[in-house]
Design a protein around this ligand. Sequence first.
Ligand code: KG4
Ligand code: ZN
Length: 340
Amino acid sequence: MRILGIESSCDETSAAVVEGSGHLVTLKSNVVASSLAMHAKTGGVIPENAAREQLTYILPVIHEALNKAEIGIEQIDAIGVTYGPGLIGSLLVGVETAKTLAYVLEKPLIPVNHMVGHIYANFIDKNLPPSTVFPAIALVVSGGHTDLLLMERHGDFQLLGGTRDDAAGEAFDKIGRLLGLAYPAGPVIEKLASFGNPKRFRFPRPLIGSDDFEFSFSGLKTAVLREVQKQSVLDEQTVKDIARATQDAIIDVLTRKTLRAVKQYNVQSLLLSGGVAANETLKKQFETLTSETSLNIFVPTKNLCTDNAAMIAAAAFYNYKSVSPFEITANPELYFEANS
Ligand code: KG4
Ligand code: ZN
C-alpha cells in the first residue's frame, strides 16, 4: 500500500511517499521545505509568517515527493495528514490540501496526530514485528513536547507524564537565545557542549527525583539566566561551558526519568523521537546507561527526528483509520488519545 504523507504543523512543509506491507514501511521519498532560515532572523517562529510559507511550499513539495517516488498521484492508495497539534494557520494548509486531494481522487484520508507521527519515525525502513517491540516506552522530545508514554501495541498510547512548562527543545532554544545563539539552538548547543568544561557550572535538574513522570525545564532557563547575568563578559569559552552544563542537566533528567519508566513497566524497548532525539549525546547516554540490560533502543535517523511527512505516512500505515474528508478538522490543541 502506497501512502502519501503530508505534514505542515509548524515551520516545515513536507510531503513523503511510503510503501507499507506487513510489518515493513519503506521510504520512497521525503521532501521537506523549511522556513527555518526566515524564523532564525526573528529568533523564533511567527505563526502568520509560517502559515504563509506553508502556502508557498505545499504543492511543490507534494509534486517533488511524487516525482522522487516515480509515481503519479493516481497511484497513491491513501493520504495521511497531520491534523494537530501545531499552529492553526500552518495545520490548515496541510489539512485542507489533503482533504481536497482525497475528495477529488476518491482516496482514503487518515488523520495523524503529529506526536504519534514522531514515534512512528522509528518504524521506517525497519522490519519490526510487534512482538519484537512492545511493550515499549516512548519518549517524545521536541520543540513543543516532552512526553513519556507506555505503548503495549500499535495505536495504544498511555500517557505517563509530560512537561509542566517548557519542553526540552524549547529549553534548548530559550537558553540558546540567552547565549546569543541562532534558532533553533538545540543542534548549536550540542556542538558547543562538546568543547565545554563539564565541571565549571552545574544547573538544577528539576523533578529528577520525583516519583511521577512529569518534567519541568523552566527553572533551568532561570538558572542559566542568573549565571549569564553574573558574567561581566560572555566570552566564547563561557558560552561553551554553559552549553555543556545545560545539555548535561537536560540529558540527566530525560534519561533518569525515562529509564525509571522502562524499569517500572518492564518493557522490552525504548522508542526515542522528536527533534531533541537528534542529539547524539542523549542517544549515547541512553546506550551507556542500559549497556548491561536487554533493552532495545530505537532512534530514528537524524533527518527523521525533526518534522517530516515520512513519519506521518508511516503512522497512517500502522494506524489505518480513514475518515471522510468532511469529517477532519485541524486541531491545534490535539493531545494523545487512548487508542487513537
Ligand atoms: O520535532 P521538531 O522538529 O519540532 C517540533 O515538533 O517541535 O523539534 C525541534 C526541536 C527544536 O527545539 C530544536 O532545538 C531541537 O528539536 N533539536 C535539538 C537537536 N536538534 C534539534 N535539540 C538538541 N540537540 C539536537 N541535536
Ligand atoms: Zn514535531
